[in-house]
Design a protein around this ligand. Structure first.
Ligand code: FES
Ligand SMILES: [Fe+2]
Length: 455
């Protein structure tokens, strides 16, 4: 057979590729959407103790998290001088704050007297100075030492040595990123192709936070996000989607050390779906208004994209006519190392973040933001306050996610409990990944290993 000549990673599901399917729409699409960039990542098993061992977790806390650029908050949350947000990752805690000079800073959130956090974890608000709640040492919102009660007792404290230490801060896509490593490369370098791909209609700084959900997941932060890095699970986990999900046709890309992507088409039946479907049959499964007709010669994909374009334009007060069918329908997901996913498409404009909760190897806080385009003339909308749900709660409890969307997220996160239990129970030492469809998971681990290899 011809396929025997292929090297590992070169095999693909028979049938049209994502690129073929998008080109068949006949729409103008951003060049980024037609780019393909895959490289074989290796096929060794990935050890389960990378997810379960305290030793590995502590290594990540020491060598990985203090050295990577990570999304701490949205710019809208620290818009005015004095606005602050605390951002915790494991033992690390930063206080992101805008100064009177309009500069964003990230202070290490610990008093220079006896270490108390200046603001509690998971807090946000406004302050005209930073006063420690324990003995009242006080700093300006730019981080300079302002006052010490009983100053006579501290002749050894020199103001110039007692400014609050800072991590690096930069902004991209409306997100505030922080990096605790003084020698970190600039954020622009770290982002690789992202600024070039996520521009114009995909620019996340031109969007606002319409929904923000946080769910606690009983698994390691890597396993949590890996549930969202491949479409291979659609066949078994989201069986209801097979009539319109081109799961096995999905395209996987690796762009340098820190970025990967999948593009997963909708409105195309899965190659796994056993029943011959007419275009009308496909449309009938796609949550379109009842009675939607696919005209002769048209496709379910075209009809669904047109309906969404019109319905969402009206609902959001935004002109969506420049968006192609693919941008209206498909799951286009970028991953930025170590823990952020971004969907720059239109109808499901999510951003994900996966963070360990405290020092717990097996608990993760999963943030989902829905970033909708700002209507013309607006450059700011108050971000939606986060709704936090427990590990047992359904996403369908969250306003805006009541129907099939919440049910789909439930299917994804429900798997994680049993998977994490199985990590511990397994006689086999690690997981075996597909060379193509699960390549983004391996890419994540390869980049982790690069950080862990440096002392
Ligand atoms: S610990 Fe902060 S003032 Fe004493
Ligand atoms: Fe899923």
């Amino acid at each position: 057979m011809e396929t025997l000549d292929l090297k590992p990673g070169e095999h693909r599901c028979p049938g049209p590729s994502t690129r073929d399917l998008i080109l068949a729409d006949g729409c103008d699409v951003p060049p980024a959407l037609l780019t393909e960039s895959y490289e074989f990542q290796g096929d060794e098993d990935i050890a389960f103790d990378r997810y379960t061992s305290r030793e590995f977790f502590e290594l990540e806390m020491r060598k990985l998290w203090p050295r990577v650029w990570q999304w701490a908050c949205r710019v809208e949350e620290v818009r005015e001088a004095g606005d602050y947000v605390t951002y915790d990752i494991g033992p690390h805690s930063l206080l992101i704050m805008r100064g009177d000079d309009d500069v964003l800073r990230a202070f290490h959130n610990a008093c220079l007297h006896r270490g108390t956090q200046l603001r509690p974890s998971d807090s946000a608000g406004f302050a005209t100075e930073l006063r420690c709640p324990y003995h009242g040492w006080t700093w300006t919102i730019e981080g300079g030492l302002k006052s010490i009660p009983c100053r006579w007792d501290f002749p050894h404290v020199k103001d110039e040595n007692y400014s609050l230490p800072q991590a690096k801060v930069d902004v991209w896509g409306g997100f505030v990123f922080v990096n605790m490593d003084e020698n970190a490369p600039p954020l622009a370098d770290y982002l690789g192709i992202l600024p070039d791909h996520l521009k114009d209609g995909w620019a996340l700084e031109k969007r606002y936070v319409a929904i923000h959900v946080q769910k606690e997941l009983p698994t390691n932060w890597k396993a949590a996000q890996e549930a969202f890095l491949e479409a291979y699970h659609v066949m078994e986990t989201h069986t209801q989607n097979l009539p319109y999900a081109g799961d096995a046709n999905a395209q996987y890309d690796i762009f340098g050390e820190n970025v990967s992507r999948f593009v997963h088409t909708h409105g195309i039946p899965s190659p796994h779906y056993p029943v011959e479907m007419s275009e009308q049959d496909i449309a009938d499964k796609m949550h379109l208004p009842p009675g939607t007709i696919v005209p002769e010669g048209s496709t379910a994909r075209k009809v669904a994209a047109s309906w969404r374009r019109e319905a969402l334009s009206n609902e959001w007060g935004v002109d969506l006519s420049n968006y192609s069918d693919s941008e209206m329908l498909d799951s286009i997901e970028y991953h930025l190392f170590p823990n952020m996913c971004m969907f720059p498409g239109v109808s499901l404009p999510m951003v994900y973040r996966f963070r360990p909760i405290g020092m717990d190897v097996g608990r993760t806080l999963f943030d989902i933001l829905f970033l909708r385009p700002l209507p013309p003339g607006e450059d700011y909308r108050e971000p939606a306050a986060p709704i936090r749900i427990s590990a047992e709660q359904s996403y369908r409890d969250v306003p805006g996610m009541e129907g099939w969307l919440g049910a789909t997220f439930d299917q994804d996160t429900n798997n994680l409990v049993q998977q994490y239990r199985g990590f511990h129970a397994s006689k086999k030492a690690g997981q075996t990944l597909g060379n193509y469809q699960e390549s983004r998971i391996r890419h994540l681990h390869r980049t982790i290993d690069r950080y862990l290899a440096v002392d």
